[in-house]
Design a binder for this molecule. Structure first.
Ligand code: NAD
Ligand code: UFG
Length: 338
């Protein structure tokens, strides 16, 4: 019995593959390398000293996905594959709706045809839109979302809810991630953004190694203690471990379940910059700039449902997230290379 990991060469997928293998699961990975490199898979093998089967394919290709289920005894699927850049989704909404929804349709049709009953889906805190209060619990209202990417996540959640209700799939676990950062402690795998990073931590890491002169802090007039945006940053290895816990739970339960995956602690942009400086001894110059359109004041999770039902909780704090991100950036200044 194996776990299929779609998008397993990506940032969160690669760390999850490591944790699954280290926990004794056999895995099969599928990825089209649209936002990742084969080197990531080599590094997973280097870290774990374990091998696995890989399919270079697009999850929207039904024939290719059918072949994976035909050739392997899959008990559960973790579905990471998808497009995730908020700004790009605003510029190319049709591409995002088409890509993210079609890959989930194709995967689910093939799972149904092959009687595969357990799905863990990568969702996002973005489905809560601008929450009325924090910390955010799973029973808070979802939507309206603030961009097409977030809308695709919400639509996929609803499609999976309806399919589970209709009996097409037995168990669906929706994990709503907050802000994943950091890297594996080996420094061998991490986040490898294309071009200039949009997200805070990869940008801070690049400032730390001199790729950019300073961090642009997007606004200091938010309704937060220091005026900069507050988010719930979670170490990617903790997030990966949440997937192992979710697979275990899926194999032992039924229905649709939603879990916030965060630490429950909010840090401001300035907190992150200062934590990075303290953790690494490096100076991070910054400048206060205008707000970034679409950003909100404060979002952090109440992760207590995941603690109770998945038996999982985040272990690493912000300092460790910064140390591991900095090690990855320093050891791999060009990411995985070309
Ligand atoms: P990523 O881009 O690093 O990984 C996604 C992987 O999927 C890549 O390896 C890419 O090549 C692959 N892929 C994309 N479309 C594919 C397709 N049609 N067929 C096969 N492979 C395909 O992204 P990530 O940060 O690891 O995110 C993984 C998932 O988690 C995504 O669904 C994302 O929306 C979700 N998520 C990410 C964040 C975050 O901040 N990183 C937050 C919330 C949710
Ligand atoms: N920020 C800066 N400067 C930067 C980048 C970001 O000040 O160069 C600030 C933002 O204004 C925000 C905070 O840092 O206050 C975090 O921004 P990120 O872009 O790192 O993360 P977001 O919370 O905006 O969005 C992320 C993912 C989304 C996902 C969301 C919730 O990018 O895909 O978390 O999970 F939907």
């Amino acid at each position: 019995m194996k776990v299929l990991v779609t998008g397993g060469a990506g940032f969160i997928g690669s760390h999850t593959c490591v944790e699954l293998l280290n926990s004794g699961y056999e895995i099969v990975v599928a990825d089209n390398y649209s936002n990742s490199k084969p080197e990531a898979l080599k590094r997973i093998k280097e870290i774990t000293h374990k091998d696995f089967r890989f399919y270079e394919c697009d999850i929207r290709d039904r024939t290719a996905v059918d072949a994976i289920f035909d050739e392997n005894d899959i008990c559960a699927v973790i579905h990471f594959a998808g497009l995730k850049a908020v700004g790009e989704s605003v510029a190319k909404p049709l591409w995002y709706y088409s890509h993210n929804l079609t890959s989930t349709f194709t995967l689910c049709e093939s799972m149904k045809a092959h009687g595969v009953d357990n799905l863990i889906f990568s969702s996002s805190a973005t489905v809560y839109g601008n929450p009325a209060s924090v910390p955010v619990r799973e029973d808070f209202p979802v939507g309206p979302t603030t961009n097409p990417y977030g809308e695709t996540k919400l639509m996929q959640e609803r499609i999976l809810r309806d399919m589970q209700k209709a009996g097409d799939i037995n168990t669906v676990i929706i994990l709503r991630y907050f802000n994943p950062i950091g890297a594996h402690e080996s420094g061998l795998i991490g986040e490898d953004p294309n071009g200039i990073p949009n997200n805070l931590l990869p940008f801070v890491s690049q400032v730390a190694v001199g790729k950019h002169p300073y961090v642009r802090v997007f606004g200091n007039d938010y309704n937060t203690p220091d005026g900069t945006g507050v988010r719930d940053y979670i170490h990617v290895v903790d997030l990966a471990k949440a997937h192992v816990a979710a697979v275990r739970r899926a194999l032992d339960s039924e229905g649709i379940q939603y879990y916030n995956i965060g630490t429950g602690v909010g840090y401001s942009v300035l907190d992150v910059i200062h934590a990075y400086e303290k953790a690494t001894g490096k100076t991070i110059p910054y400048r206060i700039c205008d707000r970034r359109p679409g950003d909100i004041d404060s979002v952090y999770s109440d992760p207590s449902l995941a603690v109770e039902k998945l038996g999982w909780r985040a272990e690493y704090g912000i300092e460790r997230m910064c140390i591991d991100a900095d090690r990855w950036q320093t050891m791999n200044p060009q990411g995985y290379g070309d």
